[in-house]
Design a protein around this ligand. Structure first.
Ligand SMILES: [Zn+2]
Length: 266
């Protein structure tokens, strides 16, 4: 059994003009586009959450150099900006929705910025985007009593199943945090795997209900992003940073050469 660690990227909103509440955890559409192009240039293979967990559960091999692209909450920019980029590259991704934040029949009005509606979620689901659960109203799950906790998990799962016709298999903890009681409740609700946050690579030994993710922020530059997806610690030492920077310069040059080659062919 391979123990290859896998970078699981956590995005929130992709937006040109995010509001103050979501700014830090949003990325600009141009940055997202550049990041996906780099994933393609590096030859990484995006897979969705259920596929990663299934491979780790069964011992089936993962593609070489897997990476996960995940989005939390359900921001409108995932449809407007991220979907065309993902589709262009043919990349799989996962969207974790807080069902009470999605515009439409189940809206509790709590969405922090412009949110998706269910038609847009269905459009995403019709491509290679897995739709997972992220609770109904995005509370700190460990602070809830048992009954409210169960309601948050079951209601979210039921709404996704009703709206999409597919029962969600993956879950992401609001705020990236869980307790043992929360993990047990998530498992008993029927989710097969769940993602946390930990600024670490996901590893099989973390267990299917505590897989870690790394945060992509508005301030994440392309070189730091490359270190994240290459699975290297950030800024471990200057020499390594320099080597990586040079490495990305080479990737960029190779890309330019290839573009020129393509242009000269037409
Ligand atoms: Zn969230």
């Amino acid at each position: 059994m391979t123990e290859t660690p896998v970078p699981v990227l956590m995005y929130h909103s992709v937006a040109t003009a995010p509001n103050d509440a979501t700014r830090e955890l949003s990325v600009a559409p141009e940055a997202f586009s550049e990041q996906m192009a780099l994933i393609g240039d590096l030859g990484l293979a995006p897979v969705n959450t259920a596929a990663l967990a299934a491979c780790w559960r069964t011992g089936r091999p993962l593609p070489p150099r897997p990476v996960l692209v995940t989005f939390d909450d359900g921001y409108e920019g995932v449809h407007r900006h991220a979907l065309p980029v993902l589709a262009k590259h043919g990349f799989a991704a996962t969207l974790f929705v807080s069902t009470g934040w999605i515009r439409g029949a189940h809206d509790t009005g709590g969405g922090p910025d412009a949110m998706l509606d269910w038609d847009q979620v269905r459009e995403l689901a019709a491509t290679d985007v897995e739709i997972g659960g992220h609770s109904h109203t995005h509370p700190q799950l460990d602070q809830l009593d048992d009954e409210t906790l169960r309601h948050e998990l079951i209601h979210c799962k039921g709404i996704v199943a009703d709206e999409l016709g597919t029962v969600p298999a993956s879950f992401a903890y609001p705020y990236g945090y869980s307790s043992r009681r929360v993990r047990t409740a998530v498992r008993e609700t029927g989710y097969a795997q769940a993602l946390a946050v930990g600024n670490d690579l996901a590893r099989r030994r973390q267990g299917p209900y505590a897989l870690r993710r790394v945060t992509v922020r508005r301030t994440t530059g392309i070189e730091e992003f490359e270190r994240l997806v290459e699975g290297r610690a950030i800024a471990r030492n200057f020499a390594r940073d320099r080597a990586l920077t040079k490495g990305y310069a080479m990737v960029r040059r190779a890309r330019q050469v290839r573009r020129k080659a393509i242009r000269s062919r037409v």
